[in-house]
Design a protein around this ligand. Structure first.
Ligand SMILES: *Cc1c(COP(=O)(O)O)cnc(C)c1O
Length: 220
């Protein structure tokens, strides 16, 4: 099966999961995660009309996306990987959504760059719902204070939340928990659900699902 067949299948499965959850297909956006795939691999998906992509590495996005944007326009690019504060300038320049805000030092740099560049990517706070040491994200017990601090001390508009549940646990409690935090803070965007668990995430209110290998194949 080629990339377009896989892409169409994924799109169809996401739409079906939305209908099963009694939601409109348009309520759930598919972020096609293209990390470690080159421009030639991404181009067929752009040519099929898809415009929303996710990348994990600033350097890689910088190498691939300015050219793809120039040739295809209207791209919406999500940063979904850990972001170092010293990459905030590039990230604000390159991305339309930054999903991995999780430290005050990063909040501060993003606020500075947003003011300097006059460009405002939508910002999501990543919550480490399983409190896993190897994962990015604010600890659940710090999430409320962190969101307040981003808003009040740094003047950032927070659009929503993102999580990556532990691989060895049922994901639904993590998705439900993220939804509760979002509701407490009036946040509309919930980026949760990947290839293996997007249906559960959609059931629990995901507005964005992030799917890579099911579309592009196994990464090298
Ligand atoms: C790589 C990645 C994905 C996509 O994972 P697949 O298993 O390729 O679907 C989604 N979210 C994040 C944060 C990722 O790093």
């Amino acid at each position: 099966m080629g990339v377009i067949e896989r892409f169409n299948d994924v799109r169809e499965m996401v739409a079906r999961a939305a209908r099963d959850a009694d939601r409109a297909a348009g309520d759930v956006a598919l972020v096609a995660v293209s990390k470690l795939f080159d421009a030639a691999a991404i181009t067929p998906v752009l040519e099929a009309g898809h415009r929303r992509f996710g990348e994990n590495y600033v350097q890689e996005a910088r190498a691939k996306w300015p050219g793809l944007r120039a040739s295809h326009g209207d791209v919406v690019l999500h940063m979904i990987g850990p972001l170092q504060s010293n990459k905030a300038r590039d990230a604000v320049e390159l991305f339309d959504v930054i999903e991995t805000l999780d430290r005050e030092s990063l909040a501060k740099e993003l606020a500075k760059e947003i003011a300097r560049q006059g460009r405002s990517p939508a910002l999501l706070v990543q919550v480490n719902t399983g409190d896993e040491p190897q994962k990015g994200g604010v600890s659940p017990r710090d999430a409320d204070a962190f969101i307040g601090m981003c808003r009040e001390r740094h003047g950032l508009a927070i659009a929503g939340l993102m999580c990556i549940p532990p691989a060895d646990q049922p994901p639904s409690p993590h998705f439900a928990f993220l939804g509760q935090i979002a509701r407490r803070h009036g946040l509309k965007t919930l980026s949760m659900g990947m290839s293996a668990d997007f249906a559960a995430a959609i059931q629990l209110g995901a507005t964005h699902v992030r799917i890579g290998s099911a579309i592009f194949g196994q990464r090298a």
